[in-house]
Design a protein around this ligand. Sequence first.
Ligand code: F6R
Ligand code: MN
Length: 194
Amino acid sequence: MNDELTIRPFTFSIDLDNCRITDADNHIKRNLTDMKNQYFYQEAYDMMVREDDTLLYEVYEKLVPEKSGELIQGLSIVHPGKVGKEYFMTKGHFHSIIDTAELYLCLKGKGMMVMETPEGEWAVEEMLPNKAVYVPGKWAHRSVNISDTDLMTLFIYPADAGHDYGTIIEKGFRKIVVEENDKPTIIDNPNWNL
Ligand code: F6R
Ligand code: MN
């Protein structure tokens, strides 16, 4: 927790070609092995892990004090690919302060934002360059790359929101996005809450 950090006004630039921001303070990388039991096609997952622990997605962040009133911002880059028929995706999470929202602006690629509430409502919004997705408070969210190029989004959310990954690791999302007849298709997650 860095809520004592002192900052001054700052700027950053987005390097669209290289999918990064200038002077990022954090660079997080997530590989296949960070997503154990999260993909539906378990055999395909095991086979892929044996071959190579593929890099699935990356996050670049600027550091700000993690306290109410400040905003965390950065870039999320989901690489293209599939595990079986399921597209590469982020872990997904609720925010620890559950009623905190987030704005995503798609800069490159094509994706879907899969969302759901603890009460069981769900929504999936397409992400296309220059299109923003507003994720209201209480909605868990996961980015899915449905194209064959990088999916790059800018995100902005309250700095004290925190992350609850546990609920999704345990239950999964109610909906998953798979390729069917060469098209991204939203289906019920057969493993939900098992
Ligand atoms: C922050 C946020 C994004 C994600 C990023 C990676 O609240 O929603 O910055 O952290 O897209 O996804 P996760 O965190 O689910 O691994
Ligand atoms: Mn979030």
